[in-house]
Design a protein around this ligand. Sequence first.
Ligand code: AQP
Length: 333
Amino acid sequence: MGKKIFSGVQPTGNLHLGNYLGAIKNFVKLSNDKNNQCIFCVVDLHAITVFQDPKDLRNNICETVATFVASGIDPKKSIIFNQSQVSAHSEAAWILSCIARMGWLNRMTQFKEKAGKDKEKASIGLYSYPVLMAADILLYDSTHVPVGDDQKQHLELCRDIAQKFNNDFHLNDFFKVPEPLIQNQFSRIMSLKDGLKKMSKSDSSDLSRINLTDKKDEIINKIKKAKTDPMPMPSSPEELEKRHEAKNLLGIYSSLSDYTLEKTINEFSGKNFSEFKEKLSQVIVDKIVPISVEIKKLLDEKKYLDEILLDGCKKANEIATKKIKKIHEILGF
Ligand code: AQP
């Protein structure tokens, strides 16, 4: 039997190579398998957990849809929609927030990282974000959720919530307990400026990431300026333990070329970084520039992007409304 796939991306601008290699590349692969049913959501309710300028948000929603399509997701085969347009997500999030326990949420490391030192000033939404994520996934009886490594903990929480709901109401299998689909290797792409920090949309330095809308010369320049170390290229995986920047760049090269890390290490062993960086720029340019060109083309076709969202919303709404009705019955509403 095929898989029921659900995943989301926040429309917070600056979609980058980390989002592509950690998540979107996998979405495309899964959506190309005829046996799978795929739903990809532009999670705009998640985006507003930190303040978004409404005009930017609207543009970023379009850009996220354009990125999905430009990367190879066919909107005729997969459902693409935005979360705010299917009200069952907000409703299910409230209901599940009565199932989830404070202690579970208190353990979420992403909240701690994003809220920083001043967590009293973080929004309640930022804290309960993983409950909304659980609602997104569980409403569609999703069996598999392709995400980057950073979302692993949230997915475990989703599984706990599904199990507790099933147990509390003596139901065997009402909520499907979803499996994470996290790539074994290269599931966390790091900043080009700091090999210990995740490549991220919100990093204030544009040089820290390759945006999916970057042009060829921007990519070449960013790779040229990417942090490395003074030693020659490593000759074994063990050497990478303490060489975080080298490890990240070799990982990006391997992931884009569909090579194992070992194969890439052998190819560049003992050479200097400048030679490797030239090759790395080339593989990034070859993959990202066609996507970037297509995104720009699609952004001039707003009507087409709106049609995709409208069609996706109708289909998603149909599934989610049925599930929420059943939830009402179970709860005794
Ligand atoms: N650096 C990364 N490496 C691998 N995967 C990544 N993902 C994000 N960053 C990396 C994966 O991309 C998917 C969509 O992420 P998101 O847009 O929902 O939000 P995020 O994880 O919060 O992304 P950012 O870039 O880190 O945003 P900011 O800066 O706003 O916090 C997810 O599957 C994620 O795992």
